[in-house]
Ligand binder design. Structure first.
Ligand code: SF4
Length: 250
């Protein structure tokens, strides 16, 4: 819809999506199909989540989103926070997102995105000039395993990550650590090799959780990760150490 974006939530007072207190704008639509996805309501590009939608899913104008974001400007200023665009995949609605990011920039608000970096390289190169921080989820170092877990290859994602680094953008790579997919110490070693080769010195780990399970039930979608044990911070101590041993802070 021209001038509007399909969003499924705008969440205030987030402390986990970039520095400080943030408002997170969730864009609907994602080109990946991660088995462990905790936001199944985000994946379809139009209305169509197993025939149901969350209450906040609708088309929004830039003005509407700005109005909500500006309400919390004092909290951003006090905490060093700002606004994070997330999803789904924000780059699937890149035109609207760029317009919103420009308005936020004009208002002096710090801008971050959470993304898998899957976008045409030309679109990516232009888009990243509109943000201060790129939080990029790297799901697997291996092409075939990436396809197996997400439905798509990792080649474009990794090339775009390298482009962001080459352009001196502030980048925070994150690994969603998923049991049986990328959680072995050998996996950690391979990730560390990849990151070292790319010039990355700091990452975050996101331990697998089951917070999304109820959403699948509510939306009437089968849940592929039913019964898989959650990971906790302490479960990842050795995994984390592999990176630290190679000079990557976690
Ligand atoms: S990239 Fe994120 S939103 Fe898209 S399917 Fe994977 S976990 Fe879900």
């Amino acid at each position: 819809m021209p001038g509007k974006a399909l969003l499924f939530n705008i969440q205030k007072f987030s402390l986990h999506d970039g520095p400080g207190i943030r408002t997170v704008v969730f864009f609907k639509g994602c080109p990946l199909r991660c088995r462990w996805c905790a936001n199944p309501e985000s994946r379809e590009s139009g209305f169509g989540t197993g025939g149901r939608e969350t209450a906040d899913t609708r088309y929004y104008t830039v003005e509407e989103v700005m109005e909500t974001c500006l309400q919390d400007r004092p909290f951003y200023e006090e905490s060093g926070g700002g606004v994070t665009l997330s999803g789904g995949e924000v780059l699937m609605q890149a035109g609207f997102a760029t317009a919103l990011l420009d308005r936020l920039g004009e208002a002096g608000i710090h801008r971050a995105i959470e993304t898998s970096a899957l976008a045409p390289p030309a679109v990516w190169r232009e888009f990243i000039t509109h943000v201060e921080l790129l939080i990029i989820d790297v799901k697997h170092y291996n092409r075939e395993r990436h396809i197996e877990g997400t439905g798509v290859s990792n080649e474009t994602c990794l090339a775009n990550l390298q482009t962001a680094l080459d352009n001196s953008k502030s980048v925070l790579p994150r690994i969603p650590v998923i049991p049986g997919f990328n959680d072995s110490l050998e996996d950690a070693g391979e990730f560390a090799c990849l990151f070292t080769a790319m010039g990355i010195s700091k990452i975050e780990l996101l331990p697998f959780h089951q917070f999304g399970e109820k959403k699948y039930a509510d939306l009437g979608i089968p849940y592929p990760m039913h019964g898989v044990p959650q990971l906790h911070r302490e479960d990842l101590a050795e995994y984390q150490q592999v990176f630290i041993d190679r000079g990557i802070s976690v």
